[in-house]
Write a protein that binds this ligand. Structure first.
Ligand code: 3PG
Length: 391
C-alpha cells in the first residue's frame, strides 16, 4: 500500500478522507486524541504544499451528534494557525471554485458528508466510483489520500469510491494504525475483553470471533444494558431510548450469544440511575440508566487486575453527559495493570487524558472503535481492502 512517503504532493489537489467524528456535548463537538492524531496528516499535507480538500463526517442522521462541521472548521483553523475554507455544498460552482482556488498549503473542509444520502450506502469501490458526487470531485483532484482508519469498516462512498478514479494512497493515521493493529492482533492471546460504547453492532463480531479464545467478556455501555433488557429487566426509560436510537437491532444475535456463552459473558450486577447504584430489577419506569453501578465497576476492576491481557472498547456509560464514574474506574484499573493493555474507541482514547492518564500507561491506544474491534477479530475492512487493491 502506498503512503505519503511515496508521493510528491506539492501543488497537487488532494482529496483527504479523514475522521474527525467527535463526541458532541450540548450540541458542540469536543476535541479528542482522535482529532489531534488526524490533524497531523492535515498539517503534513499543508506543510508539504498540497491543496487539500478534507472530506469527513460527524454522527449519523437522526442522532444527536449529527451536526454541521462548522465548528470543526474553526478547530482545524486554530490547530493549523491559518484560515480553513468551509464549503457547504457538495455540487456546483462554489465547490468547484473553492477547490480550484486553493493555494499551496491551503486547506478546505467540506460539510458533513453524511448529509449526502449516497454516502451511507454500502457498495463496492467500483459501484461507488459511479456516484455523481465521487465522479464530479475526482475529476477536479490529482490525488486521493485515505486516512480514515476509524471508518474503514464502512463500505461508504467517500472511503471507497475515489480509488478506481484517482491515484490513491494511505494517510499517516491509516498507515500507523494498520501497522500497530496488525502487530497487536498477532500478540493478542486470551484477552480479557471489556466491551461497552454505544453500538452493540460494533462488538457482536468480536464476541463471536474471540469468545472461544477468552475466559471472560465484561459488558458495559449500551451492550451491557441491552443484555440486561434481554435478561428480562425493564431499565426504565433507557429501554425506549435504546429502541428509539435503533441500538437494539442486534438484539437477537446478542441473545443467542448470551444463551450459548452465559458463563463467559458477564453483565452488570448494578447500574447508575443518576441518584444511586441500583440492581437492574429495581429500576422505576421513569428512571434513566446512565452508567454501570459501583459494585459492577469494582468487580470489573478486580478482573482487570488479575488479567494478563486486556482489550477494552467503548466507555461503560454516558461519560459525555456527566456519568463517567464507571468508565473512570475501569480505565484506571487498566492503566495500573502490568499486563498487555489495548484501548480502542474514538471516545475511549480521549478519556485516557480526561481521567489524568497518559497514552504511555497503555500498550496501545487506537483512535478507532468499530474498525478497531473488527480488525482485532480478524474481519477484513472494506476500505483497507480497496486501498490495498488500488494504491
Ligand atoms: C466511529 O466513530 O467509529 C467512526 O467515525 C464511524 O462512525 P459510525 O459508526 O457512525 O459509522
Amino acid at each position: 500500500m502506498n503512503t505519503l512517503d511515496d508521493v510528491d504532493v506539492k501543488g497537487r489537489k488532494v482529496i483527504l478522507r479523514t475522521d474527525i467524528n467527535l463526541p458532541v456535548e450540548d450540541g458542540h463537538p469536543n476535541k479528542t486524541v482522535r482529532f489531534d492524531r488526524y490533524m497531523e496528516t492535515i498539517q503534513e499535507l499543508s506543510d508539504r504544499g498540497a491543496k487539500t480538500l478534507v472530506v469527513a463526517h460527524q454522527g449519523r442522521p437522526e442522532r444527536d451528534d449529527f451536526i454541521s462541521l462548522e465548528e470543526h472548521v474553526e478547530m482545524v483553523s486554530e490547530e493549523l494557525g491559518q484560515d480553513t475554507v468551509f464549503i457547504n455544498s457538495f455540487f456546483g460552482s462554489e465547490l468547484d471554485e473553492e477547490f480550484e482556488n486553493l493555494e499551496k498549503g491551503e486547506v478546505a473542509l467540506l460539510e458533513n458528508i453524511r448529509l449526502l444520502s449516497e454516502e451511507l450506502e454500502s457498495a463496492s469501490s467500483e459501484q461507488h466510483s459511479k456516484d455523481l458526487f465521487i465522479e464530479n470531485l475526482a475529476e477536479k483532484a490529482d490525488l486521493y489520500v485515505n486516512d480514515a482508519f476509524s471508518v474503514a469498516h464502512r463500505a461508504h462512498a467517500s472511503v471507497m469510491g475515489f480509488e478506481p478514479l484517482l491515484e490513491s494512497i494511505a494517510g499517516r493515521v491509516m498507515q500507523q494504525e494498520l501497522e500497530n493493529c496488525r502487530k497487536i492482533r498477532e500478540e493478542l492471546e486470551e484477552p480479557l475483553l471489556v466491551l461497552g460504547g454505544e453500538k452493540p453492532s460494533d462488538i457482536i463480531g468480536v464476541i463471536e470471533e474471540l469468545v472461544e479464545k477468552t475466559d471472560k467478556i465484561l459488558l458495559g455501555g449500551i451492550p451491557g444494558e441491552l443484555s440486561l433488557i434481554i435478561k428480562g429487566n425493564n431499565l426504565g426509560e433507557k429501554r425506549e431510548w435504546i429502541e428509539k436510537n435503533g441500538l437494539d437491532e442486534e438484539k437477537e444475535t446478542l441473545e443467542r450469544l448470551l444463551d450459548n456463552h452465559g458463563d463467559k459473558i458477564i453483565v452488570p450486577v448494578d447500574v447508575e440511575t443518576g441518584q444511586s447504584s441500583k440492581k437492574p430489577g429495581k429500576i422505576g419506569g421513569e428512571e434513566m440508566v446512565w452508567d454501570i453501578g459501583r459494585e459492577t465497576a469494582s468487580n470489573y476492576a478486580e478482573e482487570i487486575k488479575n488479567a494478563e491481557t486486556v482489550l477494552m472498547k467503548g466507555p461503560m456509560g454516558a461519560f459525555d453527559q456527566g456519568h463517567g464514574n464507571g468508565t473512570r474506574k475501569i480505565v484506571e484499573a487498566i492503566a495500573e495493570s502490568e499486563g498487555f493493555t489495548v484501548l480502542g474507541g474514538g471516545h475511549t482514547s480521549s478519556l485516557v487524558q480526561r481521567f489524568g492518564h497518559s497514552l504511555d500507561d497503555f500498550s496501545h491506544v487506537s483512535i478507532a472503535g468499530g474498525a478497531f474491534v473488527r480488525f482485532m477479530s480478524g474481519e477484513e475492512l472494506p476500505a483497507v481492502k480497496s486501498l490495498e487493491k488500488y494504491s
